[in-house]
Design a protein around this ligand. Structure first.
Ligand SMILES: [Zn+2]
Length: 96
């Protein structure tokens, strides 16, 4: 396998709907700013796929002045079903 070693990062974000557009909003781990990526029409194919997959399939460019820096957004929250890795209050069944 060949390839250029680039620093690839990951961040967490969520899907927002803004005037009929689906937007992924997330804090960039590279520059620390919040970026928004337009993902087409709300309810459109692109955003629905993203919802299903749970993360951006493509590497997204940092929108700050950091050329060549790409990252991936893992969608948190708003996912139906599946398991959540968010710490939940665990009810312990007490003794017997
Ligand atoms: Zn950034």
């Amino acid at each position: 396998m060949t390839g250029i070693a680039v620093s690839l990062s990951r961040g967490r974000g969520h899907i927002r709907t803004d005037r009929g557009r689906a937007v992924v909003v997330a804090r960039c781990p590279l520059c620390g700013e919040e970026h928004r990526y337009d993902k087409g029409a709300a309810g459109g194919e692109e955003i629905e796929l993203l919802r299903q997959v749970g993360y951006t399939d493509e590497w997204l460019p940092c929108q700050a002045d950091l050329p060549g820096n790409f990252w991936r957004i893992v969608i948190v929250g708003g996912r139906q079903g599946g398991k959540s890795d968010a710490p939940r209050r665990v009810r312990r069944a007490k003794g017997k």
